[in-house]
Design a binder for this molecule. Structure first.
Ligand code: HEM
Length: 415
């Protein structure tokens, strides 16, 4: 089916399906990019919706901007604790219940978060900027010209994996292991990323052992400025058990790679689909400053975060029971036209480009957001210096996930 036809058919289906049958977390809807009419209906007709038809258990969907802000800012009512179910719609399986500070409530969350926060201060980002520019220039200079290549692999994955290796001071030649571990950690069983549970477990075990070795080296050495050493030499994290250490490592791997990677790829696709916006950017590179947050809104690389109700409560006129799953669909809130003007359009010179939910809100608001923006800003600075056009020459292949909104491939050509 041609893409336009597929979108039309999905729309008809979404409007013909009773709301009682809605399961907006179906990963297939994300992989085929046909989720939009479902969220549009929910925002208009039942903004807080209870799904009872999901194979992974029932859940509330929160789809409007202001309701999402309310839940995200109310961490004492809506918990992130891994023991209650964590931050993804699907409960973690018992063998994967690794506590990390994103799956903790206060006070532990705040203490552990602080241990790595110095990496993301404005002063430290200024220090990192020079090497980000050098690496971006190098990767772009090596790209083939007038020949189809996969932007995801040669640019987005390469640059974000290099960044992650710098943040961890991870052995450079092994850096692609970080990409693989990130994919393995976030992929659903039917995604095709791994063949069997045993394979997944073995690869995660390799990751755990690898980082345990780095940890032991760094805890016994003088403090340095990488993320592992920062945790090894901070009172709040120095004595973490192995599960907590691994949980935080996976959080930083996924946080630092998948998200920025998919924003980079999403930026190429968004500009290709909106040629007038690309023209504006080419003619005025100062627009990069508002283009970057607009891309992050448009792509919404993390589609949702989930919480668990700690007590019975009310939201949008619905009674939420203690223990219920509450899913904040950032991807839907970012298209809420009651708050964001022309929310369904990609506009690189918006008046309020930072008005979006992609980085969350409240105590868990993304720690790496300024670093993500910096990487995107620099790579686009360098792209505009070099290339007239990046042409998308085939359909993107999107990942099978309701959590990471991303791409496996995006075929492009540059001249
Ligand atoms: C465009 C890129 C990115 C997006 C869209 C993004 C999105 C998010 C979201 C939605 C959250 C949860 C917010 C909440 O629950 O309220 C989060 C948390 C987090 N992100 Fe990011 N992220 C990005 C880049 C990064 C980078 C580059 C890093 C750094 C390595 C990073 C590290 C983290 C960490 C450590 C947390 C947990 C914060 C906490 O629990 O206190 N993220 N991010």
């Amino acid at each position: 089916m041609a893409p336009d036809e597929r979108i039309r058919a999905a729309r008809e289906k979404a409007y013909a399906t009773p709301l009682s049958q809605f399961h907006p977390g179906d990963p297939h809807l994300f992989q085929t990019n046909t989720i939009w009419p479902y969220f549009e209906r929910l925002r208009n007709e039942e903004p807080v919706h209870f799904c009872t038809t999901s194979p992974v258990g029932s859940y509330w969907s929160v789809t409007k901007y202001s309701d999402i802000m309310y839940v995200d800012s109310n961490a004492t009512m809506f918990s992130s604790e891994v023991s209650r179910g964590g931050i993804m719609l699907r409960d973690p399986e018992p063998q994967y219940k690794w506590p990390s500070f994103i799956t903790m409530d206060e006070p532990l969350h705040g203490r552990q978060r602080k241990s790595v926060a110095p990496m993301f201060t404005p002063a430290n980002l200024d220090k990192l900027a020079k090497s980000i520019r050098e690496r971006s220039a190098d990767v772009l200079d090596k790209l083939p010209r007038n020949e189809t290549f996969n932007f995801v692999d040669l640019v987005s994955v390469e640059l974000t994996t290099q960044m992650l290796a710098v943040l961890f001071d991870f052995p450079w030649e092994d850096r692609r292991k970080l990409t693989r571990w990130s994919d393995i950690a976030t992929s659903l069983p039917k995604s095709g990323v791994f063949e069997s549970e045993a394979e997944r477990r073995a690869e995660l075990m390799e990751c755990s052992n690898y980082f345990a070795r780095l940890w032991n080296e760094r805890i016994n050495a003088d403090p340095k400025s990488d993320l592992i050493s920062m945790m090894a030499h901070n009172d709040a994290t120095r004595n973490m058990d192995r599960a907590n250490l691994f949980g935080n490592i996976i959080l930083l791997i996924v946080g630092g790679s998948d998200t920025t990677r998919n924003s980079m790829t999403g930026s190429v696709l968004a500009l290709y689909e909106s040629p007038n916006e690309f023209k504006k950017l080419r003619e005025n590179s100062a627009l990069i400053d508002s283009f970057v947050p607009e891309v992050i809104r448009w792509q919404t690389p993390i589609a949702h975060m989930r919480r668990t109700a700690v007590r019975d409560t009310e939201l949008g006129g619905k009674c939420i029971k203690k223990g219920d799953r509450v899913v904040m669909w950032y991807v839907s809130g970012n298209r809420d036209s009651e708050v964001i003007e022309n929310a369904d359009s990609f506009i690189i010179d918006r008046a309020l480009p930072r008005q979006h939910l992609s980085f969350g809100f409240g105590i868990h608001r993304c720690l790496g957001m300024r670093l993500a923006e910096l990487q995107l800003k620099i790579v686009w600075d360098e792209i505009l210096k070099r290339f007239n056009n990046i042409e998308v020459v085939g359909e993107p292949k999107r990942v099978y996930s309701n959590f990471v909104r991303g791409f496996e491939t995006l075929p492009v050509k540059i001249n």
